[in-house]
Design a protein around this ligand. Structure first.
Ligand code: PLP
Ligand code: COI
Length: 368
């Protein structure tokens, strides 16, 4: 796997944000009650970032404003043609109270790649990182300090021009909202069960699979419901050649008995930053790591023969979660679980929470 490189637009002057404080911000007591048991994606902080873009004006009117509903023209292009992209990144509180995020340059660059594919404007990476800092500057108290807790940041961008012609919109909004987060799966790091989607694909060759765009997730909802009906936690997608792609919201990683770590790689899979980081940590330990096509048969046969000794899912929301069961219409394969997934998870989270040396300089401080 090639490791992705660093911020291309250092030197750009920062934006000058206007900050409108939320006069109806939650009280400290209300906030603490939410932070005691945040769940995932259900509560939001007091503020949000809002930056406009237009063909003539570029990026303008950068604001931090009270969290609240957006006013949209019913003809806004996003509502009709789905021109939208987003990111997911977390802010972690360290034991000394400071707040850090993890490899934000990579999320910023991925947002640019997604923008290119969806014909949206590319937000400079330095503006992306600044937008996270501006939100943390007013909502720092929302970064929880409990075990495995974080503030999940959700930057997103969409076409807001009122126009029904099918072409890239001339007016776009970029926003960042934030949501305190605990474990993504109810069971924490217990192994999850995966349903094989046989009737539905998530992405196709030349499609939008590698972009983080709402339509990919919309396409995953029906097969995800099928997974729930079959008592599985998540759904796995194959491509047209029956190679393994990824889960609805996570990448997949296989561990082989000789210690090699393999993750499916193709133009239609989202390039996960958690996956990239886990593979780097494994390579640092001396594991051979490979990004290549993995056929579904290789997965099943590898598990049956004992060549594959662990399978796990990874992503920002779910961190690293072992896969315990793979289920399809006419089979159920127990998956081998070992200790590598959890040990890599521990190493990664130790870095993110400042408990271990950050040898790759992945952390970026967001407060102060
Ligand atoms: N694949 C999909 C479809 C995702 O939504 C995510 C989550 O963002 C990932 C993979 C993992 O990406 P990352 O590790 O950058 O969060
Ligand atoms: C993330 O991990 O950031 C994602 O976007 C995945 C989503 C299913 C919450």
């Amino acid at each position: 796997m090639t490791l992705i490189d660093s911020d291309p637009d250092t030197g750009l002057a920062p934006l000058e944000f206007t900050v409108n404080r939320n006069l109806q911000a939650k009280s400290a007591a209300e906030r603490e009650q939410i932070l005691a048991n945040p769940g995932f994606g259900t509560s939001f902080t007091d503020h949000m970032v809002d930056i406009c873009w237009s063909v003539g004006g570029g990026w303008h009117r950068p604001r931090v404003q009270p969290y609240g509903p957006l006013t949209l023209d019913p003809a806004a292009a996003v509502l009709h043609y789905g021109q939208e992209i987003f990111e997911g990144i977390k802010a972690y509180r360290h034991a000394d109270g400071s707040i850090h995020t993890f490899r934000p340059d990579q999320n910023g660059r991925r947002l640019q790649r997604s923008a290119r594919r969806l014909a949206l404007p590319e937000l400079p990476v330095s503006y992306f990182i600044q937008s996270l800092r501006e939100l943390i500057a007013v909502d720092a108290a929302w970064v929880p300090s409990g075990d495995d807790q974080s503030l999940y940041l959700r930057p997103f961008m969409f076409a807001k021009e009122a126009f029904l012609g099918v072409r890239p919109a001339h007016k776009v909004g970029y926003y960042v909202i934030a949501s305190p987060a605990g474990a993504y799966f109810k069971g924490g790091v217990q192994p999850v069960s995966i349903w094989l989607s046989e009737d539905y694909a998530r992405a196709g060759k030349g499609g939008t699979g590698a972009a983080k765009t709402g339509g990919n997730y919309a396409a995953s909802l029906l097969p995800q419901s099928e997974a729930y009906e079959n008592e599985c936690d998540q759904v796995v997608f194959l491509d047209q050649d029956r190679n393994v792609e990824e889960l609805g919201g996570m990448n997949v990683v296989f561990v082989y008995k000789d210690g090699t770590i393999v993750t499916p790689q193709s133009d239609s899979i989202l390039e996960g930053i958690t996956r990239d980081s886990i593979l780097q940590l494994a390579a640092d330990r001396g594991h051979k790591v490979e990004g290549r096509a993995v056929s579904f048969d290789e997965w099943r046969q590898g598990v049956a023969s004992g060549d594959i000794v662990e399978v796990f899912a990874c992503g920002t929301a779910a961190v690293v979660t072992p896969i315990g069961v793979l289920k399809g219409k006419d089979f159920l394969d127990e998956q081998p679980t070992g200790s590598l997934a959890l040990s890599l998870r521990e190493e990664l989270t130790d870095i993110q929470y400042g408990r271990r040396e950050d040898k790759h300089n992945w952390l970026v401080r967001l407060d102060g």
